[in-house]
Ligand binder design. Structure first.
Ligand SMILES: *[C@@H]1O[C@H](CO)[C@@H](O)[C@H](O)[C@H]1NC(C)=O
Ligand SMILES: *[C@@H]1O[C@H](CO)[C@@H](O)[C@H](O)[C@H]1NC(C)=O
Ligand SMILES: *[C@@H]1O[C@H](CO)[C@@H](O)[C@H](O)[C@H]1NC(C)=O
Length: 495
C-alpha cells in the first residue's frame, strides 16, 4: 500500500503522504462513516453540502474524543487501530476518529477538480469542517450523545499538524488540546531551507564526501546538458522517459522530478541507515564518474520507475487532468493550495545545498499559472501567503495547550516551531536527527531514546490537559497502571 502510493504519485515532496500507518495494535475494525458538511462554511445562507468521510473506533470510548486529523491524502483505517493517537485514546478513555480533508480521498465536494470547483479548497474551510465535525460528535445525533461532555484532543502530522495547531487557535471552545508533529506554521513563497536541511542531514548522517560527490555530479550534468550530445548521454544514464530537451522548463523538470525530489524522499522519510546506504552508492569507489554514481542511486529508487519525466508539457497534461481519479489528482490539489495560500516551494536558491541552481522559484510560478490559469500569478500567490500569515499568526504566536514535536533533520522543520517558540503552556520538543512525522508513530518503535521520550511527553501532556495532574507514582498500585509510572518518571527526567 505504502509503496503503491509512492509509485503512483511520484512527485510528493512538495506535500506529504499519509504517514505510513502503524502496525495495528487493535483487533477492533474501525467503521467508515460519512457526515454531510457545508460546502461554504462561511456563508450560512449557502445550504449546499458534501459528504465528509471519517473512520471511528469506539474501543476505548468513555466520553472524551481523540481526532487524528487527515491532511492532503486519502485516509485509511490504520491510524484508528495503532500509533500514538490510538495510545492516547486508550490513555484518555476516548473515542478515536480519523477525518478526511475536503477534496482528498473520497471526500469530494464536486464531480471534478476544474479550477472553478477548487475555490472552496482552503485551510479555512478545512478547519471549519473540523469544527462542524466536533459539534456533530458531541451532539445527540452521534451515539446518543455519549460524547456530549467529553474533552476534545486533536492529533496531526505535517499539514494536519498545522491544522491541529490552528484549530486550537481559531476554535479554542471546541478543542481542549492539540498535538502537532512536524506541522509547518509559517507560509513562505520561496522555501530554500528545505534543501538546506537535506544538505545538513546528508552531511551528518552520510558524509562530506557524499555531498561533494553530489555537487560534482550536478555540475557535470549541467555542463553536459549544454553540449550537443550531452542531453542524450544524461537521458540514458538517468533513464528519462524521453531525451531531455535542454530548455529551462524541461531541465528544471528533470532536476526536480528526477533529482531533488528523490533526495527529498530519502531525507523526509529517512530512518537510521537510509542515508548512509544511499551515500555508499553515491561515493562507491568502484565507479569513477560522480555522474554515473549519482545515476546509479537515482535510478535504483522506486519513485524514479519506470522512467524520469523531463517533459514539462507532459507534467502539465498530467496535472491539468480534472478527474479525482487521475494519478496526479492529489498533487494537483496540493499544488493549488500552495499557489493560493502557502507557497513553500523547495527551490535551489540557497548556497548551502549541493544542487546548484537547478530548480528556480520561477519554475513554480509557471506551474501555478499553467496548472490553473494565468490569474494564479505571483501577485495572487503573495497576497494569499500574506493573508495566511495574518489570519493564523505564523510563528509569531503559539496558541496554548498545543504540544509540538519537530524533527531535527526534517526538511519541513524550518517552517515550524522550534524551542524558541515554545512556552510553558505549549512546549516544543526538537528531536535531534529525526525526519518528518516520526512522533505520531506508536511508542516502543522509536529509533532513538529522545524520540521515545518525546512521545511519552506528548502522552503526559494530553493526560494533564484532559484528565488532570499526573497521578503520583503510588497511584500505580491503585490501578492507574504501570505505564503511567514510566510516564511520570520520564516526565521528571524531561523537566
Ligand atoms: C484523466 O484521468 C482519468 C483517470 O485516471 C483517465 O481515465 C482519463 O483518461 C484522463 N484524462 C485525460 C484527458 O488524460
Ligand atoms: C527558530 O526559528 C527561528 C525562525 O522562526 C530562527 O530564526 C531561529 O534561528 C530558530 N532557532 C533555532 C534554535 O533553530
Ligand atoms: C527504526 O524504527 C523502525 C520502526 O520501529 C524500524 O522498522 C527500523 O528497523 C528502525 N531502524 C533502525 C536502524 O533501528
Amino acid at each position: 500500500m505504502w509503496l503503491l502510493v509512492l509509485l503512483v504519485a511520484p512527485s510528493l515532496a512538495l506535500q506529504t503522504l499519509e504517514p505510513p500507518p502503524p502496525a495495528p495494535a487493535s483487533r477492533q475494525t474501525p467503521v467508515e462513516r460519512w457526515l454531510p458538511v457545508r460546502l461554504n462554511q462561511f456563508m450560512a445562507s449557502d445550504t449546499r453540502t458534501f459528504q465528509m468521510r471519517f473512520y471511528y473506533n469506539g474501543e476505548f470510548a468513555g466520553n472524551n474524543i481523540v481526532i487524528f486529523v487527515g491532511g492532503e491524502w486519502a485516509i485509511s483505517p490504520g491510524w484508528t487501530t495503532g500509533g500514538l493517537g490510538y495510545e492516547m485514546a486508550e490513555e484518555l478513555g476516548a473515542g478515536l476518529f480519523y477525518t478526511e480533508h475536503r477534496y482528498y480521498g473520497r471526500t469530494r465536494p464536486f464531480e471534478n477538480t476544474e479550477v472553478d470547483n477548487l475555490k472552496f479548497l482552503t485551510i479555512d474551510q478545512g478547519l471549519a469542517d473540523l469544527a462542524q465535525f466536533i459539534q456533530y460528535v458531541k451532539s445527540d445525533d452521534f451515539e446518543e450523545g455519549r460524547y456530549k461532555n467529553g474533552k476534545v484532543v486533536l492529533v496531526g502530522c505535517s499539514y494536519a499538524g498545522t491544522m491541529a495547531t490552528w484549530m486550537r487557535l481559531v476554535y479554542p471552545h471546541l478543542v481542549d488540546a492539540a498535538f502537532s508533529d512536524s506541522g509547518p506554521l509559517h507560509a513562505q513563497e520561496d522555501f530554500p531551507e528545505y534543501l538546506e536541511v537535506i544538505n545538513t542531514a546528508i552531511k551528518e548522517q552520510g558524509s562530506e564526501a557524499c555531498l561533494s560527490s553530489i555537487e560534482e555530479a550536478i555540475k557535470e550534468v549541467v555542463d553536459l546538458l549544454a553540449e550537443p550530445t550531452g542531453p542524450a548521454q544524461v537521458s540514458e544514464m538517468f533513464k528519462t522517459c524521453t531525451t531531455i530537451q535542454p530548455t529551462p522548463l524541461d531541465m528544471a523538470t528533470f532536476f526536480w522530478y528526477g533529482i531533488t525530489e528523490t533526495f527529498a524522499y530519502l531525507v523526509q522519510y529517512a530512518t537510521p541507515g537510509d542515508i548512509p546506504k544511499a551515500c555508499a552508492v553515491i561515493t562507491d569507489p568502484a565507479v569513477s564518474s560522480p555522474v554515473q554514481r549519482l545515476a546509479n542511486w537515482i535510478t535504483s529508487q522506486p519513485w524514479t520507475q519506470p522512467c524520469i519525466e523531463s517533459r514539462y508539457t507532459q507534467v502539465l497534461a498530467d496535472h491539468r487532468n480534472t478527474s479525482f481519479d487521475s494519478d496526479d489528482a492529489v498533487m494537483r490539489l496540493w499544488t493549488y493550495q500552495t499557489c493560493v495560500e502557502f507557497g513553500w516551494y523547495q527551490t535551489t536558491t540557497s548556497d548551502n545545498q549541493p544542487f546548484l541552481s537547478a530548480v528556480p522559484l520561477e519554475y513554480f510560478h509557471q506551474m501555478c499559472k499553467d496548472f490553473f490559469s494565468a490569474s494564479f500569478d505571483e501577485e495572487n500567490l503573495r497576497r494569499g501567503i500574506r493573508r495566511t500569515n495574518l489570519m493564523f499568526g505564523g510563528l509569531t504566536h503559539m496558541p496554548d495547550r498545543v504540544i509540538s514535536v519537530a524533527g531535527g533533520h526534517d526538511p519541513w522543520s524550518p517552517m515550524g516551531p522550534n524551542a524558541s517558540h515554545g512556552h510553558s503552556k505549549s512546549p516544543v520538543i526538537v528531536v535531534p536527527g529525526v525526519s518528518h512525522c516520526r512522533a505520531v508513530q506508536a511508542t516502543g518503535t522509536s529509533n532513538t531514546t529522545e524520540l521515545e521520550a518525546a512521545k511519552q511527553a506528548v502522552l503526559n501532556f494530553m493526560y494533564e490537559n484532559v484528565v488532570g495532574p499526573l497521578p503520583p507514582v503510588a497511584a500505580a498500585a491503585t490501578g492507574v497502571g504501570a505505564e503511567l509510572v514510566l510516564l511520570v518518571t520520564l516526565l521528571a527526567v524531561l523537566v
